[in-house]
Design a binder for this molecule. Structure first.
Ligand code: ADP
Ligand code: MG
Length: 271
């Protein structure tokens, strides 16, 4: 089924880019500190595969968490332009829960439930849509089960469906985490350093999986440390330096000068 697309998201209009998010003058400072995000503005479109790059401490993780609402911003706007037009920055807590399913995040440590099997972990992605008593007893609709199986198949992890999550390799767990996020049918998928702890083979698998997700019309945004991967897979790059956007453009436009501006002398250590 997923060979034909994730639900009905794929449309011929995909070539005319539909904007999904508008970020304006986003600012964040942690308690008493200086601005970690400083007046960040950008628009996000469906089907984009955006890399967020920059030195350690530049504000990459803070930015992704702020978009998803797990970290609250101090000022600015994050507007869900393709949805209800709400501003995530001022959103009430209850509404934020729904937003997090629309702007889904894959965390660095996957956050799977280790002792549960893979398919149940994926089904847990439906929790925000399932009534509390049903989720307590892990009762899921057949439709959800079918969808979970299809997603696992789509990301070539179906043979492990009944294994406990804790018995899977890091790369396999990462793919399960992607499936779980996709169960929420998000418009945006965020991933904080999704390949940081993976070997080259699993890195390729995850990057290909994320590319596949973006080709279905979902806007994918990931923090990456490898410029080589950015150039190989991403359609756009946002470069952060001390909380400011200093580059927003194509991967091919990343000149040595820009890389030097982003990484200083650390540029030689980049692959
Ligand atoms: N919970 C926090 N409390 C205070 N400062 C933080 C917190 N999280 C991150 N920071 C600081 O914010 C800055 C940006 O961090 P982060 O977003 O993690 O950057 P990156 O992901 O680019 O490495 C860093 O100076 C970091 O020390
Ligand atoms: Mg980080």
């Amino acid at each position: 089924m997923f060979d034909q697309g994730l639900g009905d998201r794929k449309s011929p209009e995909l070539d005319i880019k539909t904007q999904v998010l508008s970020v304006k003058k986003l600012t964040k400072a942690y308690k008493g500190g200086k601005n970690v995000l400083d007046n960040i503005s950008f628009d996000l479109y469906e089907g984009e595969f955006v890399a967020v790059i920059g030195r350690s401490g530049a504000g990459k993780s803070t930015m992704l968490h702020t978009l998803n609402g797990t970290i609250s911003a101090c000022a600015g706007e994050i507007v869900d332009v393709s949805g209800e037009g709400n501003n995530v920055v001022t959103m009430p807590r209850k509404q934020l829960r729904h937003w997090r399913s629309q702007c889904s995040m894959i965390f660095q440590n996957f956050c799977l439930v280790p002792r549960l099997d893979v398919i149940t972990n994926v089904l847990l992605g439906r929790l925000s849509y399932t009534s509390t008593w049903k989720s307590m007893f892990k009762i899921f609709d057949d439709k959800d089960r079918v969808k979970a199986i299809e997603l696992l198949k789509w990301l070539k992890i179906l043979p492990h469906a009944l294994q406990r999550a804790e018995n899977l390799s890091g790369g396999q767990q990462q793919r399960v985490a992607i499936c779980r996020a996709l169960m929420q049918e998000p418009k945006i998928l965020l991933a904080d350093e999704p390949v940081a702890s993976l070997d080259p083979k699993n890195t390729t698998r995850i990057m290909e999986a994320l590319q596949k997700v973006s080709s279905e019309g979902i806007a994918v945004m990931v923090n990456l440390h490898s410029i080589e991967l950015v150039k190989q897979y991403c359609t756009r790059v946002i470069g952060l330096e001390k909380g400011k956007v200093v580059y927003d453009g194509t991967p091919s436009g990343l000149t040595d000068e820009i890389l030097h501006m982003l990484y200083g002398d650390e540029v030689e250590q980049l692959s």
